[in-house]
Design a protein around this ligand. Structure first.
Ligand code: ZN
Length: 189
């Protein structure tokens, strides 16, 4: 069904070369993520970045997803270097639910959220990343609306992502061909 692949320095980028995940595994992965965030907050009293990759469908851990993860880590580090922001601790987690990262960052939560929104909106692959910022005091994620930013738009049409995903408006094939096009444009292939 998914025929897309790219070769980049001999690296294969596909979205169907992983194991399928079921709902129970998905929920377990979410619980684990919250646990890891809490653990990081007990170690350091700084805001957290919690990064995950936006991949539709049941296969979350593919070579394509891992490519997007590495690019996201690069984009975050570029942003920190540019703004002289120190990363206190950084952990990467790889599982059937896909790659994730948690970083403890020496920067105010508000400033950090603004940087992350900028990356999500302006980097060519930013729409494929979920970069949450968690306040160390409230232990809650900062929401886009507090920063006068709308909820995220759908990858394909101009409706809100939530609306389209609830209505299952776009097929997986349609979504992955949009993702492959974004990556192709980004890599200039
Ligand atoms: Zn849509």
């Amino acid at each position: 069904m998914l025929l897309f692949y790219l070769y980049l320095n001999n690296m294969l980028i596909k979205f169907n070369d992983g194991q399928q995940i079921d709902l129970a595994q998905m929920l377990l992965a979410k619980e684990k993520r919250v646990e890891n965030q809490k653990l990081m907050l007990t170690r350091h009293n700084y805001p957290l970045i919690s990064l995950s990759i936006v991949i539709p469908g049941p296969i979350k851990d593919s070579s394509g997803a891992n490519f997007l993860f590495k690019e996201a880590i690069k984009a975050l580090h570029d942003c920190f270097a540019e703004n002289t922001i120190l990363v206190i601790d950084e952990q990467h987690y790889h599982s059937i639910a896909g790659a994730e990262a948690i970083m403890s960052v020496k920067c105010s939560a508000n400033r950090l959220k603004q940087y992350c929104i900028d990356i999500e909106e302006n980097h060519p692959l930013g729409r494929l990343w979920d970069i949450d910022v968690i306040d160390p005091i409230t232990q809650q994620s900062l929401s886009r609306s507090e920063f006068k930013h709308q909820s995220r738009k759908c990858l394909i049409c101009h409706d809100m992502a939530k609306v389209c995903s609830r209505a299952r408006r776009h097929s997986l094939d349609e979504i992955f061909s949009t993702i492959e096009k974004k990556i192709g444009d980004y890599l200039n292939i």
